[in-house]
Write a protein that binds this ligand. Structure first.
Ligand SMILES: [Zn+2]
Ligand SMILES: [Zn+2]
Ligand SMILES: [Zn+2]
Length: 55
């Protein structure tokens, strides 16, 4: 059996849930991608369709 541990992205607007193995870890928080991990300095939204988070 494979244990999949998932966490909600630490970006506060983001609704995405990511597997810890695949998450971007930053300051001991887990994010769904670099965009969220960088607090949307460059752009809003993340790689997931329909998610319009802005940090
Ligand atoms: Zn998202
Ligand atoms: Zn996210
Ligand atoms: Zn985000």
């Amino acid at each position: 059996m494979t244990e999949i541990r998932s966490v909600k992205c630490a970006c506060k607007d983001c609704v995405c849930v990511v597997e810890i193995d695949k998450a971007v870890k930053k300051e001991s928080k887990y994010y769904c991608g670099d965009t969220c991990a960088e607090h949307h300095k460059q752009k809003s939204g993340c790689d997931h369709a329909g998610c319009e988070c802005k940090g």
